[in-house]
Design a protein around this ligand. Structure first.
Ligand SMILES: NC(=O)CCC(=O)C(=O)O
Length: 262
């Protein structure tokens, strides 16, 4: 089966969750014009942006508002949503948390970013998650990762060893390192023989400008489609049959030397 994916490559307003939520709702309306979308993907920290010093005030308590919002959107458009991530606060601890909902608006995953990015001060204001990140989209085993996570191949491999065929990545990745973004994502696709569907934001905040270049890479490492550095909805059909094809032709998961490494 083919899976039709749409990535919302958008700008995010610094520290204004209400405005950002309204904007996403409006953008989702535009996906209605697209035919038969199975999955919509949003960027990292779409509610607050990197306004980390004010998380006590602006992060979502228990993630309840974000969950309700994403669930309603999923039901309204009958679409799976990889809901980027939001700043969530629970018992005084803030996390950078991804929610995934199915077409019926049911929660499939809550995953908090495992690797905190010191260059953008995440370690000062956020707590790292320690849960794995597995879910299914229309029966296809998938996993979700948040930005800096892609620099940890062992973390992503842990998920593909356990069967993931699509790796969804959500990000606020700055422009100066956009070459790393592309190379890392293509490498993760090749070495794990899976699809990589990656959404980055555009625009800027007081400290960084963000490079876009949302991208979809197939298990052969071929870039199926890629955005520029402006807002757009990037879409593609994923032919899921090629995952099994490449894994049979070049059986890296069978050939791993687990006596030498894990
Ligand atoms: N938001 C992030 O995790 C950014 C990661 C990043 O920029 C990197 O170079 O890694």
């Amino acid at each position: 089966m083919n899976l039709h994916v749409a990535i919302l490559q958008i700008d995010i307003t610094y520290g204004d969750p209400v405005k950002n939520q309204n904007y996403i709702e409006w953008k989702m309306g535009q996906t209605e014009a697209l035919q038969d979308i199975d999955v919509v993907v949003m960027p990292e920290l779409w509610n607050t942006g990197y306004d980390l010093t004010r998380l006590d005030e602006i992060a979502d308590p228990l993630g309840e508002n974000s969950q309700q919002f994403l669930s309603q959107l999923a039901k309204r458009y009958s679409v799976n949503i990889v809901g980027g991530s939001v700043a969530k606060i629970e018992k005084g601890k803030a996390t950078n948390t991804m929610y995934v909902f199915n077409k019926n608006g049911e929660l499939q995953l809550e995953y908090s970013k495992a690797h905190l990015f010191q260059l953008m001060d995440e370690h000062k204001y956020l707590s790292a998650g320690s849960d794995k990140s597995h879910f299914d989209i229309e029966g296809y085993p998938s996993s979700g990762f948040i930005c800096y996570d892609i620099r940890f191949p062992e973390w992503m491999r842990t998920h593909t060893i356990n069967g993931s065929e699509i790796l969804f990545v959500v990000a606020q990745w700055p422009t100066p390192r956009i070459d790393h973004w592309r190379s890392l994502l293509i490498s993760r696709a090749i070495e794990n023989q899976c699809y990589v569907v990656a959404c980055n934001r555009v625009g800027s905040d007081p400290k960084n400008s963000f490079g876009g270049h949302s991208i979809i890479v197939n298990p052969w490492g071929e870039v199926i489609t890629e955005a520029g550095d402006q807002e757009m909805i990037l879409e593609a059909e994923l032919d899921m049959s090629i995952v099994e094809g490449i894994r049979t032709q070049i059986p890296i998961f069978q050939d791993r030397r687990t006596d030498l490494y894990e």
